[in-house]
Design a protein around this ligand. Structure first.
Ligand code: HEM
Length: 220
């Protein structure tokens, strides 16, 4: 166990932790998107879906604790890797050929990650918290997401979601590229194929999420 803790204190260990937890979060996003797309099926379908999750509440609670721990590991390793990168580059504003793109991405990661964090706090404080306040077989979950003042009926909120989700796409894109480097796949002969498959994750998932505030906020 000590060797694992020591490994996570090294530079590559932190990058490894960031990559593995990032991939775990993408799996959460896939299940989260699948559930949320039920909003397109109408109020009854979405409310029944949320009620079915409530019937396995103890399991959901355990999953939530695991999810929080994964988020914390991802955020802390991300902050440490960013700070280490800055320390390694004492002249952050001097542009040298070849490094400008990577610096741009690195800065984009810190900015997009911070906006996603703010989005997440707001998201949990509105949707998640409003759902928690409902008791027993109460429904009305669809109404909270679609028709309430904290939901997509409010165009400012729908727009905020769209911007945050587009930043999520940018964050995931660079996240996947960094993870490939960390796992030593950056220059492998499967690089092209891996990059093509990763589009499914960094682009299609965020666009799937974007479709929800876009439709309920501006089209419906
Ligand atoms: C249009 C996009 C999204 C919609 C409509 C949506 C909807 C929801 C809803 C309704 C809940 C409450 C679920 C419940 O308590 O049963 C929730 C929880 C949550 N959402 Fe989202 N979400 C979206 C995007 C995201 C994104 C992009 C992230 C992560 C970056 C995220 C992370 C979470 C987390 C961590 C929870 C709490 C975990 C849970 O109890 O399931 N959501 N979301």
């Amino acid at each position: 166990m000590t060797w694992l803790i020591q490994f996570f204190q090294t530079s590559i260990g932190k990058k490894f932790l960031m990559a593995v937890t990032g991939i775990m979060l993408v799996f959460f996003l896939i299940t989260h998107l699948a559930g949320n797309l039920m909003l397109f099926g109408g109020a009854e379908m979405f409310n029944n879906y949320v009620l079915s999750l409530r019937s396995i509440k103890p399991l959901i609670r355990i999953a939530e604790v695991v999810l929080v721990l994964i988020f914390i590991c991802h955020i802390f390793s991300g902050i440490q890797v960013t700070l280490e990168n800055r320390k390694a580059k004492p002249q952050p504003y001097r542009v040298s050929p070849g490094s400008s793109t990577s610096k741009f991405y690195s800065r984009t990661m810190a900015v997009s990650g911070s906006v996603i964090f703010i989005f997440l706090v707001f998201h949990l404080q509105t949707f998640w918290w409003s759902f928690q306040k409902k008791q027993g077989n109460d429904t009305g979950f669809y109404e909270i997401v679609v028709n309430s003042s904290v939901g997509y009926k409010n165009p400012a909120i729908a727009l905020f979601y769209i911007i945050a989700l587009l930043l999520l796409a940018i964050h995931l894109r660079h996240g996947f590229q960094s993870a490939f480097q960390t796992f030593g796949l950056g220059e492998s002969r499967y690089k092209g194929a891996i990059e093509k498959v990763s589009v499914l994750f960094w682009l299609i998932i965020p666009l799937g999420f974007v479709s929800i505030p876009l439709y309920f906020g501006f089209i419906k």
